[in-house]
Design a protein around this ligand. Structure first.
Ligand code: FES
Length: 157
């Protein structure tokens, strides 16, 4: 099965549900095991599809077209059941865990300003380039390696 045909689902009350006015599929709905950009692309009104002819490096998965995510945007992607927030800052993509260290808020639904994402739940701030929390310096979120291969953004869990 092509990873490019797999689906990405958001939370029922997440950004996609808010933008499109319909709930995301329930957690019992079948989900593709690999990453996809499709839902995230629609959520941001993007048009670039992830390249279908890219073979990601070992351990990486194609998550987006390299031009699909504008600078200053952050979205959630699901990779093998793991929720990851992918951000673009000054043309560079970063991937961090999508779960806020405070109370599990979805960082991919947060607001990105420069390299700082603000959690939509209670406002904790994180540097997406390092995963370090700027609100509570003892906290952080995991970062994931990102590589650009051809036109594809590839992330390694
Ligand atoms: S859950 Fe993120 S700030 Fe509270």
């Amino acid at each position: 099965m092509s990873i490019l045909k797999s689906l990405l689902h958001g939370r029922p009350n997440g950004l996609r549900a808010r933008l499109f006015g319909k709930p995301a599929p329930s957690s019992s709905a079948p989900r593709a095991p690999e990453a996809s950009f499709e839902t995230g692309e629609k959520a941001l009104g993007l048009r670039k599809e992830a390249p279908k002819d890219v073979t990601p490096p070992d351990g990486f998965e194609v998550v987006l077209h390299k031009d699909a995510l504008p600078d200053g945007q952050i979205i959630e992607v699901i990779m093998g059941g793991t929720s990851v927030a992918v951000a673009r800052v000054d043309g560079v993509h970063y991937a961090i865990a999508n779960t806020c260290a405070h109370a599990g808020g979805p960082l991919g639904d947060g607001k990105l300003a420069g390299s700082t994402v603000t959690c939509p739940y209670h406002g904790w701030k994180y540097d997406v380039t390092t995963g370090r929390c700027l609100t509570d310096t003892s906290a952080s979120v995991k970062t994931f390696p990102v590589r650009i291969v051809g036109d594809a953004v590839c992330v390694q869990l």
